[in-house]
Design a protein around this ligand. Structure first.
Ligand code: ADP
Ligand code: ZN
Length: 729
């Protein structure tokens, strides 16, 4: 039971300000209850916070300032507070940073009422100016969205006056709408598609788990096209029918719109959305209606895990193996693991869905910690694609070209048959390296230890670490010789050029995340492809995720060996997953599919495993190797990255940590490093890494906290701790 604190008693309030602890305040008239959202004075300002419990009591009550206001928002549930505390303790994140994740709703302190929003109108812009065109372009791109005035101006990069100038002629509509309107009700009783017997059995298992109540996690493993989405929507229906809230996490915003359409078909209305493409006004609405328990189904990105659900009954993590579930800056957390943690706090069920589960999840199912449900065949008449390798050692390919004669012939046949082909290369841009033929230097980013990557469509060089771009220079930045810069190696844009040269008549589409200004533009492109608007698709891993292209019957992988290089402990697992996923794009409808993997090492065990399709065998083998090496999921790891503008300062701190490593060794852990990080400089900061390896049962977090507390961190230095690191760069 949440405790109540009467008027005048001291209480602890956690704010989102960068302090290291909760602060004490006096309860206002009427008292406060644990979990209440409040406004409190801090210095000269009022800041937002949450009543976290009894005051620490180290200040005399009469010296405490009073809570200014209790917000008219439902209090944060006990389960949510438990979740934040446990997630903070697991990831070694200060509570204020955890609370910030949970309060990412704009305008929380403002009272609901009417507000002005702006949307696309049908009138004429009057006098056309470049600034006005920018506003109209933003609106045209998102014709059904409404924006706050400042947000629309920001997105268009113009002043608010420009937006206002468009109202008179009716090109922009100004409307007064109620804040935080209810979402339309979803009807879980509407019948879904008739399920195939194996689907029905899987759905029944998931439904029964929800009916049973309480926490549990199930791995839903099913080949691409087996109907996993169809099946987990049944679990959502069960959860909604029981009056509880459900959350569906997707790894990629581009997948949301197709999913929303499916939800609408299934439940008769669209759910709430939460991701970076949602406007501020909609975000606030989603947050507030979730807190009120009115939004019953939320579809979102990983950060939607921190929404204030009142009664969460189910979390679906779709494509659970996807690396984008790991948040790699700010608070470092795995949304998949945090979903399981949140569910255990809430007494909710988790469904982890994938065709190629992560080894972590697979091992948890093997160990009996997770239940497991399998769908082994594609729905209907669709069959799994036939995979084979193209041995590049015996193919004749010209310099500067990458498509083998074998792959070329296969594409030609598809064009004749009116079917689609996908050329897959997991590399953005035109060429990964720009080399000066005069001095032999590669063009590098001036603030990162990284090469500049040519993006020919944008006519710029880009650093994939810091995002910095520069025009393609006419002369070599190192030696100054003109006209000698040359692209080396293929990127997806260069593949597009090769496709155009080989198949000048074919219609081509390129799918790469950097080529789309907005999620909507990408969505339009995806829909066009699905409708048959392209003969050849050239794409990065963006296409490997979930899209349905019914006419696609051939997948050609340009470089199947790409991910096998490097020493990442998950290199084999990731390559296996990516190759299986991208191959799975082929032959999803009536026509059977083929995948051709271009490789220089067709006898490599991972390539052989990909071809055999024996996932269980591959995972068991991979598990045996990891177990022998004592690495995740059979051992624990933590990465420590120290960065500073001065390399010596970063190293000094790393060495100081290494000298104090006894506390880690006492906890059974081994410490490696400090060593320069593989990417030794990003945004002008030098990076030094340490790696902690420990047995599975080791109390690694408490030891890490004590360890790091022993060193003095200079003001200019950043130290981040990554529990269960996915990236070792
Ligand atoms: P997965 O998520 O496993 O890749 P989906 O749920 O997207 O599979 O299903 C693949 C395709 O098959 C989709 O177009 C889906 O609508 C269709 N499908 C799956 N199950 C059924 C069913 N029981 N009835 C009709 N269509 C189905
Ligand atoms: Zn850079």
């Amino acid at each position: 039971m949440a405790r109540h604190f009467p008027h005048g008693t001291p209480v602890a309030v956690l704010t989102t300000q960068p302090l290291d602890r909760a602060l004490d305040y006096r309860a206002p008239e009427g008292g406060v209850t644990e979990g209440d959202f409040v406004q409190v004075p801090l210095g000269p300002r009022l800041v937002l916070g949450v009543v976290w419990g009894q005051a620490a009591g180290d200040w005399p009550v009469e010296k405490l300032r009073g809570i200014a206001r209790v917000l008219d928002v439902p209090p944060m549930a006990q389960a949510m507070r438990d979740f934040l505390e446990r997630a903070g303790a697991y990831t070694l994140t200060p509570m204020v940073a955890m609370l910030r994740l949970a309060m990412r709703a704009p305008g929380l302190g403002e009272t609901p009422g009417k507000r002005k929003v702006y949307a696309l109108g049908t009138g004429q812009p009057g006098r056309a100016t470049a600034a006005r065109d920018k506003v109209l372009a933003v609106l045209a791109d998102r014709p059904t969205d409404v924006f706050a005035l400042s947000e629309l101006a920001d997105l268009a990069g113009v002043s608010t006056g420009v937006v206002k100038g468009l109202i008179a002629g009716g090109a922009v509509l100004e409307q007064n709408v109620p804040r935080d309107a209810d979402y339309p009700p979803l009807d879980p009783a509407r019948p879904g598609k008739p399920l195939a017997p194996d689907q029905a059995e899987a759905a029944a298992t998931l439904r029964a788990a929800i009916a049973g109540g309480g926490y549990g996690t199930t791995l839903l493993k099913g080949v691409t096209g087996s109907g996993k989405t169809e099946v987990y929507l049944e679990a959502v229906a069960e959860c909604l029918a029981r009056g509880r809230q459900a959350l569906v996490l997707l790894p990629e915003i581009a997948l949301t719109s197709e999913f929303l359409t499916r939800v609408e078909a299934r439940f008769g209305a669209r759910p709430a959305e939460w991701h970076s493409g949602v406007t501020q006004a909609e975000r606030r609405r989603a947050w507030a209606r979730t807190a009120a328990g009115q939004a019953r189904l939320i579809v979102g990105a990983r950060s939607s895990l921190f929404l204030p659900f009142q009664d969460l009954g189910l979390i679906i993590v779709d494509e659970e193996h996807d690396t984008s579930y790991k948040q790699e800056d700010g608070v470092l957390y795995s949304a998949r693991d945090m979903a399981v943690l949140r569910a255990s706090c809430e007494g909710a069920q988790v469904v982890l869905a994938s065709a190629t589960p992560s080894l972590e999840t697979w091992a948890n199912a093997e160990a009996g910690k997770y239940a497991r449900v399998d769908l082994t065949s594609r729905f209907g008449t669709a069959v799994m694609p036939k995979l084979s390798t193209v041995d590049m050692r015996s193919e004749k390919v010209d310099a500067g070209r990458w498509i083998s004669p074998t792959l070329k012939r296969a594409i030609e046949q598809r064009i004749i048959d009116g079917e689609q082909s996908l050329i897959f290369l997991n590399r953005r841009g035109y060429a990964p390296v720009t080399l000066c033929r005069a001095c032999g230097q590669q063009v590098a980013c001036h603030q990162c230890d990284a090469r500049m990557v040519e993006h020919r469509f944008q006519k710029r060089l880009m650093c994939h670490q810091c995002g910095e771009t520069t025009p393609i220079p006419p002369a070599c930045p190192s030696c100054g010789v003109e006209g000698k810069l040359a692209p080396v190696g293929p990127g997806v844009e260069r593949m597009a050029e090769e496709v155009s040269a080989l198949f000048p008549e074919a219609r081509m589409a390129i799918l790469s995340s950097d080529l789309f200004g907005s999620a909507r533009a990408l969505k339009a492109q995806v829909e066009d492809i699905a409708a048959g608007g392209a003969d050849i698709i050239v794409g990065t891993q963006l296409v490997a995720k979930g899209h349905n292209f019914p006419k696609l019957t051939l997948v050609g992988v340009i470089d199947a060996d790409l991910g096998l290089q490097g020493s990442d402990l998950r290199a084999a697992e990731r390559t296996f997953q990516l190759m299986r996923q991208v191959s799975g794009r082929a032959g999803r409808a009536e026509a059977p599919g083929v995948a051709l993997l271009q490789t220089y090492q067709p006898e490599h065990p991972v390539i052989r495993a990909i071809l055999s399709g024996d996932e269980e065998g591959f995972l068991a083998e991979e598990a045996a190797q990891r177990r022998a090496a004592g690495v995740p999921p059979y051992g624990r790891m933590a990465g420590i990255v120290i960065s500073d503008p001065d390399a010596q300062v970063a190293f000094d701190l790393g060495n100081a940590l290494a000298r104090a490593a006894a506390v880690m060794e006492d906890a059974g852990a081994e410490v490696y490093g400090p060593a320069p990080a593989p990417i030794s400089r990003i945004r002008g900061r030098h990076r030094v890494r340490l790696l902690v390896k420990a047995p599975r049962q080791s109390p690694i977090q408490s030891a890490l906290a004590r360890w790091v507390a022993q060193v003095q961190i200079p003001k200019s230095t950043r130290l981040s701790i990554d529990i269960d690191p996915q990236s070792f760069l």
